[in-house]
Design a protein around this ligand. Structure first.
Ligand SMILES: O=C(O)CCC(=O)C(=O)O
Length: 271
């Protein structure tokens, strides 16, 4: 049962927070969701992930990517309650305000569950995987519990969207090593902080981020919604991942045109 309905109300994003996001291309915002909402969505999303997860291999038999998390995508299509979270104007408006755009669309959602004993998430930038023309994309990373450093809280490299080296690397041991070195040489600040209950982070498509292994006995449960500016156009895919993303997340869209398939509804538009 939800004890309060923060999702129904707008969140006040300050000018200073927008400036921070524009400069560093990530931000952590407190009290975005109430403890009741978190508890509720923890139950609903966990049930969906349990039902849909096909990863049964022991940790030792998996590669680095599969050790990092169980990934279940577009849960909004599975469950009406999850759709309310993914489509919530509160979160979409934050995304639009931080990116300084007048509207945002859904790119897709995903649950990322780092199991007890799960491995690290290597340094990477998400937009390597996305056939999106502009850099106006953003992920809301929504922890479904208080998230300590030992569970693998998301870490950011502040301002690293400016680093071009490493943009061609998929998630893996090479990206962890090579991006880490490039970020260190570039002098970017590495931000490692736990997440309070109800705290949500937002990071841009080209911002480098990673997470430590989950050293606890509890699964680190996170839901993500990925937004793009309302006028985002499809670019000619630059790798196989981008081709696949085109087929899966915006099927039928045309290169050079605004992406507006049935899977990419507008979730917020400034009046
Ligand atoms: O949750 C994680 O460990 C990684 C999250 C991530 O890479 C993302 O949300 O883009």
């Amino acid at each position: 049962m939800i004890d309060s309905f923060l999702l129904r109300e707008p969140y006040r994003v300050t000018k200073a927070q927008i400036r921070f996001y524009q400069k560093y291309r990530f931000i952590k915002l407190k009290n975005v969701l109430s403890s009741g909402e978190i508890g509720y969505y923890n139950d609903v999303i966990s049930a969906s992930v349990d039902e849909l997860n096909r990863e049964k291999r022991p940790m030792n038999d998996r590669d680095t990517y599969s050790k990092a998390f169980i990934q279940i995508t577009n849960l909004w299509r599975q469950d009406e309650q999850i759709k309310k979270l993914v489509f919530s104007p509160r979160l979409a408006q934050i995304a639009a305000q931080l990116m300084e755009v007048s509207s945002v669309r859904l790119y897709h959602d995903q649950a990322l569950f780092k199991e007890a004993g799960g491995g690290y998430t290597p340094w990477h930038a998400d937009q390597y995987y996305w056939p999106l023309e502009s850099d106006r994309s953003i992920t809301a990373w929504i922890p479904l519990q208080e998230t300590t450093l030992k569970m693998g809280a998301l870490e950011f490299s502040a301002g690293s969207h400016e680093l071009i080296d490493g943009r061609g690397l998929p998630i893996g041991d090479d990206s962890e090593r090579m991006v880490n070195e490039a970020l260190r040489k570039g002098g970017f600040e590495h931000v490692i902080e736990p997440f309070d209950l109800g705290e949500v982070s937002f990071h841009a498509g080209w911002t480098y981020h990673r997470a430590a292994p989950n050293l606890t006995s509890e699964t680190r449960k996170v839901m993500c919604t990925i937004y793009m500016e309302g006028n985002m156009r499809l670019k000619n895919p630059e790798n196989e991942h981008q081709k696949l993303d085109w087929e899966v997340w915006c099927p039928g869209s045309t290169i050079g045109d605004v992406i507006k398939t049935h899977l990419n509804p507008i979730l917020f538009e400034r009046a």
